[in-house]
Design a protein around this ligand. Structure first.
Ligand code: SIN
Length: 283
């Protein structure tokens, strides 16, 4: 991550929010007609800071979709239904009477797919009066801060990722039930340390939400090492925390970031609109 932003960006302002990752981008109207040069700088900030934030935006679902298309190809979210009027926008909602939120718990999005999403873009529509923050963790640093010996061991391992790990699947259960949709069982194998296709950096690519075991190992054998990695990869110094306001956007790189939607706003509604951008096969 560049320490000195001066002179790096000409069209946007980039303000880091934490030492580990995350930057707020200023000077952009996401609903406007943005030049390719502006988009290129936003993409550079996204690669440099891993998760970027915008404040005070006003986006219809179609405007959010159009903005996200400047960075990749929107895809359907496999376990949740999109908006009727704009199916590639998935509402991420928790109602006031509900207990469980969507995306509560550390994960990288849908790593049980053969080609998990490159990025996700969340736009805040309705926010509780307090709480409901999202925390992000830098998986480049998670990998780089392991010992050389453990890194070498992990480089040879493959993780088995599934949509049915209890904690993560619980966070989608209510929505699926309401839509009358059965939970799909999806499983994919990915390298435990993946190389980011744009930056060439290695990132730790297991996550508590979806990684069940190492390929060729039993769950019981995998658990001690996975448990170590799950706590290591979200240590506070690897994270940043985003406090939402209506009109905020968070745009994160699932190839090197994990996130966790904090469920601390009992009795209040929270509604976000989400676009998921297609990714490649992790290598
Ligand atoms: C998600 O995991 O995509 C939801 C994140 C959030 O609602 O903050």
């Amino acid at each position: 991550m560049p320490r000195n932003e001066a002179g790096r960006y000409r069209h946007i302002e980039v303000h880091p929010v934490a030492g580990a990752l995350g930057a707020e981008i200023r000077g952009v109207n996401a609903a406007g007609a943005l030049d390719d040069a502006v988009i290129a700088e936003i993409r550079q900030a996204f690669l440099d800071h891993l998760v970027i934030f915008f404040r005070d935006q006003k986006l219809t679902p179609h405007e959010q979709l159009a903005f996200s298309r400047r960075f990749g190809e929107p895809m359907e979210y496999p376990q949740l239904k999109g908006l009727t009027e704009c199916p590639l926008i998935t509402p991420v909602i928790k109602l006031a009477h509900e207990q469980i939120n969507c995306g509560g718990g550390w994960h990288s999005d849908t790593t049980y797919l053969a080609q998990p999403p490159m990025a996700s873009m969340l736009y805040a529509v309705e926010i509780p009066p307090y709480g409901g923050d999202t925390i992000f963790a830098n998986q480049y640093t998670a990998y780089e801060t392991l010992s050389e010996g453990l890194r070498r061991a992990l480089d040879g391992l493959v993780g088995v990722n599934t949509s049915t790990k209890a904690d993560a699947s619980k966070t989608r259960e209510d929505r699926l039930k309401a839509a009358g949709v059965a939970m799909k069982v999806l499983t994919s194998e990915h390298p435990v340390a993946r190389t980011h296709p744009e930056t060439g950096r290695k990132a730790l690519y297991v996550n508590q939400g979806h990684t069940a075991r190492f390929k060729g190992w039993t769950e019981e054998e995998s658990r001690p090492l996975l448990d170590y990695l799950f706590q290591h990869q979200v240590r506070p110094e690897l994270t940043c925390r985003f406090q939402w306001q209506p009109g905020s956007i968070a745009f994160w790189d699932n190839r090197c970031v994990q996130h966790n939607a904090v469920n601390d706003y009992a009795g209040f509604k929270r509604l976000m609109h989400r676009v998921t951008l297609a990714g490649d096969t992790p290598r």
